[in-house]
Design a protein around this ligand. Structure first.
Ligand code: GLU
Length: 429
């Protein structure tokens, strides 16, 4: 796959790589061989509880009407309400939502959160819509899936193409229809209406924490470490800046247009993130530039793919020269690439651990909403740090005890927790 940019892949590129669902099912089967969980439970976990499909009509600014398709996939809720993001992206499919909802089940279980897994979205390119059109689309989508979600049933959050503002509109639409302000129906809201401080930067912060722990585990001093980050949105930019603050040299960061590259380390705070100025990484005055493909092949201590899924594939995994890969995006490594990297001895710290800070602070937000009491930022940081370290320890213990990859170890931790919950609750009726 020879691409310079992250967004210009056509349908053929996708058909060459496996779907999120195929990857998720393959990972579940691999983990199932490692754990003592009943076959019936594994079988149940291969299927989502439900996938809701809705038509979402939108009156465009020019008066014409278009109907978009929206989905909400709910995978499993044995440990608590369904939880997971909503994406606005042209490649959203029912199947992709199911695969991503499974990852949310494992992610919440690895973090030991009292949530199950869900994911949803609308098949739309948000770049084609005005702000007003995005607001109308979000409100109508909220209405169409209102019966499916709720603070005790299923709690959406931001994902690709959606943000705190999207969640504010969503929460408002839901609350208006319910007749009461219901902040706990979504997380990732602006703090002024019940969002948590630190939620926005949380996925990137957890990626940085896990990268720091991985460097220490593999005996590399963070002050001597080099880092390359693909994607400079919320996850990539926050991870890059924290690692930079903690002494690492972030030598390359990229967006859809390519990468800024400086072997002596970029000033990551001076590179505009997607939120600050979309697609402006190349406006930073770097000594060198690279393509996105070249970023993945840099000889660095830590490579963080933090843009989209399926960027590390059978085609380029042999060319990866990083010592450690820490997954910032959901599903950036295909199964084929995973196998190649494992054979080459390059550890891949999986998304369901590394970027789980997002849903963890979502959990804090949900608690704050229920209690109607906001936490100070310091408390969010402290509790996130301690939950990330405890999940890291749980996964590390399985890596050492079973001599398996970090991904398999994370799945073992998650599957044991979900499996035990399913066995002890039993099958109804
Ligand atoms: N969309 C984020 C994820 O993939 C966050 C989900 C959440 O906070 O519920 O983890």
């Amino acid at each position: 796959m020879a691409t310079n940019t992250l967004d210009d892949r056509d349908a053929d590129d996708y058909s060459e790589t496996e779907s999120a669902l195929e990857t998720a099912l393959r990972q579940l089967s691999a983990a199932a061989t490692q754990v003592d969980v009943d076959d019936g439970v594994i079988e149940r976990l291969k299927h989502p509880t439900r996938v809701v499909e809705v038509g979402v009509p939108l009156k465009r600014d020019d008066g014409s009407v278009e109907v978009y398709t929206g989905y909400r996939a709910q995978h499993d809720d044995v440990r608590g309400p369904y939880k997971g993001g909503l994406r606005f992206h042209p490649d959203v499919t029912a199947e992709e939502c199911v695969g991503l909802s499974m990852w949310m089940t494992w992610k919440c279980a690895v973090m030991d959160l009292p949530f199950g897994g869900a994911k949803g979205g609308v098949v739309v390119n948000p770049k084609d819509l005005s702000t007003e059109e995005k607001e109308r689309l979000t409100r109508r989508f909220a209405e169409e899936i209102r019966d499916t979600i709720g603070p005790k049933q299923d709690i959406p959050a931001p994902d690709m193409g959606t943000d705190a503002q999207t969640m504010a509109w969503f929460m408002d639409a839901y609350s208006m229809q319910e007749g009461e302000t219901t902040p706990g129906v979504v997380t990732g809201k602006p703090p002024v209406i019940g969002g948590s401080k630190g939620r926005e930067e949380a996925p990137g912060r957890s990626v940085a924490i896990i990268a720091r722990e991985a460097l220490e585990y593999y005996d590399t001093d963070i002050g001597e470490a080099t880092v390359a980050v693909q994607g400079f949105g919320s996850v990539g930019a926050n991870a890059a800046r924290l690692l930079d603050d903690w002494g690492a040299d972030v030598v390359a960061v990229s967006d859809v247009n390519g990468a800024a590259y400086d072997t002596s380390g970029l000033d990551t705070h001076a590179v505009p993130s997607h939120e600050e100025e979309p697609e402006a990484v190349m406006s930073y005055d770097a000594p060198n530039t690279l393509t996105n493909e070249e970023v993945l092949e840099l000889d660095v201590d830590v490579l963080i793919p933090a843009a989209i899924g399926n960027v590390l594939t059978a085609d380029n995994a042999d060319d990866v020269q990083a010592n450690i890969v820490v997954e910032g995006a959901n599903g950036p490594t295909t199964s084929a690439a995973d196998t190649i990297l494992e054979e080459r001895g390059i550890p891949v710290i999986p998304d369901i651990l590394a970027n789980a800070g997002g849903v963890t602070v979502s959990y804090f937000e949900w608690l704050q909403d229920i209690n109607r009491r906001q936490w100070p930022l310091e408390r969010v940081h402290e509790e996130l740090e301690s939950m990330m370290l405890s999940a890291w320890d749980d996964v590390r213990a399985e890596v050492e005890a079973r001599d398996v990859s970090w991904r398999d170890a994370a799945y073992v931790v998650a599957l044991e927790r979900v499996g035990e919950a399913k066995s002890s609750r039993g099958l109804w009726p």
